[in-house]
Design a protein around this ligand. Structure first.
Ligand code: ATP
Ligand code: MN
Length: 547
């Protein structure tokens, strides 16, 4: 057997490799001696498998991990410190629920006390924002190697030299998600609490091990500090033209296709979820992608499928105990199975993940009512109306036989992550789109031929053809007709898409039912927009449904 003496010099023993790697957490009140900073994916695999009975390796090499009871974000448990410096800037309400500084300190101390009970901690020091002018240094302190690998994957990985000069982080995440919040703490309504302090630039996680909380926490910080400097932060994916280097943005709520459609062999991938638009162009905030894994197949999504290999993290998936082959159709743990992979695992990724100003801004919606056309061209006022509305629909669950789709409106297609009022982001977007003459489009990746239950989800192949036609400029040249209910211009032809599906009414067998459903959805748009009407210009207010 190899001993320390017989091993080649470079090959350290596990004990040596486990020595503290020079990260002093005492300034945070963390006294744990064994702190592992920026371990490699291979080392984190070893740690995860040793330290966590459930973690394992998939047949294709991804680390399989489980997030426990929470398999999605906990938006109602998010809290933001109400502080005199930022009090007037924050959009208070159900998205940003205030807590006082004392409560934040209580939860922070609770997290630190828990971290101090651990024999080993992991630290990930990495960046958010590919444009060095706007880059933030993020420090993650966590107890699970799976969480460390997740953030190593999702943040921008520093070079060895950048790491040695990392210095003081801008943002610190205390992830004590294995330990609950105390429900008797003021302002707590459950055992889960995700608390942000914009002043301390810190956030504390208690009572949820869903890794996406960390990623979206970083995004929320960027959503505060970006607009403060005139930089628009956006919940969108981005691709770039291979020749011009100019970009295109795909906005959309969860499940609308940002990640899927950005893995586009014809384009360079800039990022799949979070970007900023500055005077210098656009940049990705992240160093990785986080794809939905439900029903993933190598045929429909080859790029994403091949990226889920060694170095990637697969969350809450079911696998065969003998072969470790993953069953992407099995949703017995959750519908929200996910895979995180470094962006360079996508062959067309452009590194660094920055690109020129957008030529096209595309809003994705998954309309389960089946009345929004597969593609529409928007005027600047319509673009603002739809950006502020942020419409998509959820297919109701099977409970109690409910089959009606449910409309969801989430401003800026990212309501849960906004810090300022929606109008702040909308004004920045309008100004930038006008300055750079970006075209605006609304693309329905949802139902066609009828609502959910009667029709079917738009074929991915057709949506890809529509996106291609936007990027090639074909669709801008196409003739169009105004939608009788929503008013936007609906192209009458698109390469590689049957013309009859472009007008949804054509695809419904029951025209009266189409008319009633379209009217109903228009009404939902109108009543939702009322909350924003006092801040919107007359032009934008008039850009909603026309019938
Ligand atoms: P999140 O914000 O949660 O990351 P997302 O916008 O990135 O969500 P995707 O991960 O791209 O959403 O999910 C879209 C899902 O819908 C994928 O599972 C994809 O296979 C499926 N899908 C089916 N039809 C289409 C279509 N026509 N266009 C886009 N996606 C489709
Ligand atoms: Mn996504």
């Amino acid at each position: 057997m190899a001993t320390a003496e017989t091993l080649p010099k470079k090959q350290r023993t596990a004990k040596e490799a486990a020595q503290p790697s020079g990260c002093d957490l005492k300034p945070y009140g963390i006294t744990v001696e064994d702190v592992q900073r920026n371990l490699s994916p291979a080392a984190l695999y070893m740690e995860a498998i040793k330290g966590d009975v459930q973690c394992t390796i998939a047949d294709k090499g991804a680390l399989i991990a489980f997030s426990g009871a929470k398999t999605g974000r906990s938006p109602t448990d998010k809290r933001v410190v109400e502080h005199p410096n930022s009090k007037d800037e924050v959009w208070w309400g159900s998205v940003n629920v205030p807590i006082d500084e004392e409560t934040f300190e209580t939860n922070r101390e609770r997290a630190i006390d828990y971290l101090n009970t651990r024999s080993r901690l992991y630290v990930v020091d990495a960046f958010a924002g590919w444009d060095e002018a706007y880059r933030a240094k993020i420090r993650v302190i966590c107890t699970r190697a799976y969480h460390a690998l997740f953030m190593h994957t999702m943040l921008i990985r520093p070079t060895r030299e950048e790491l040695s000069q990392f210095g003081t982080p801008d943002v610190v995440i205390y992830n004590a998600g294995e330990f609950p919040a105390n429900r008797r703490t003021k302002g707590m309504t459950s055992k889960t609490s995700v608390d942000l302090s914009l002043e301390r630039k810190e956030f504390v996680i208690l009572g949820t091990e869903y890794a996406g909380e960390m990623k979206k926490g970083v995004f929320t910080m960027m959503n505060y500090f970006g607009p403060k400097r005139g930089v628009l932060s956006m919940h969108c994916s981005a691709t770039a033209d291979k020749k011009t280097g100019l970009s295109s943005l795909l906005f959309g709520l969860s499940g609308t296709g940002k990640t899927t459609l950005s893995a586009d062999p014809n384009r360079l991938l800039i990022g799949d979820d979070e970007h900023c638009w500055s005077d210098r162009g656009i940049f990705n905030i992240e160093g990785g992608c986080y794809a939905k894994a439900i029903d993933l197949t190598p045929e429909a999504e080859p790029e994403i499928f091949q990226a889920l290999r060694f170095g990637a993290v697969l969350e809450n998936v079911v696998y065969d105990p003998d072969t470790h082959q993953v069953d992407f159709h099995d949703t017995s743990i959750t519908q929200n199975t996910r895979g995180a992979y470094p962006i360079e695992f996508i062959r067309n990724a452009k590194i660094p993940c920055v690109a020129g100003h957008p030529t096209d801004v595309i809003f994705l919606t998954c309309d389960a009512f089946g009345v929004i056309p597969p593609v529409s061209k928007l005027t600047p006022a319509q673009a603002m109306y739809h950006f502020i509305s942020g419409y998509t629909a959820k297919v109701a669950g099977t409970e109690m036989g409910v089959t009606e789709p449910q409309a969801t409106f989430s401003p800026c297609f990212g309501g849960p992550f906004l810090v300022w009022r929606p109008a702040k982001y909308a004004e920045l977007l309008a100004a930038k789109m006008q300055q750079h003459k970006a075209n605006a489009w609304l693309v329905n990746t949802g139902w066609s031929g009828g609502a959910h239950g009667t029709g079917a989800r738009m074929k991915l192949k057709l949506t890809r053809a529509i996106i291609n036609a936007i990027h090639s400029g074909e669709l801008a040249k196409s003739e169009s007709k105004p939608d009788p209910v929503f008013g936007f211009a609906v192209p009458t032809g698109c390469p590689e898409v049957p013309a009859d599906i472009l007008t949804p009414r054509n695809t419904w067998a029951d025209k009266a039912s189409y008319d009633a459903t379209a009217k109903k959805l228009a009404g939902l748009f109108r009543s939702n927009f009322e909350k924003y009407a006092d801040r919107a210009s007359a032009e934008v207010k008039a850009a909603g449904p026309t019938a």
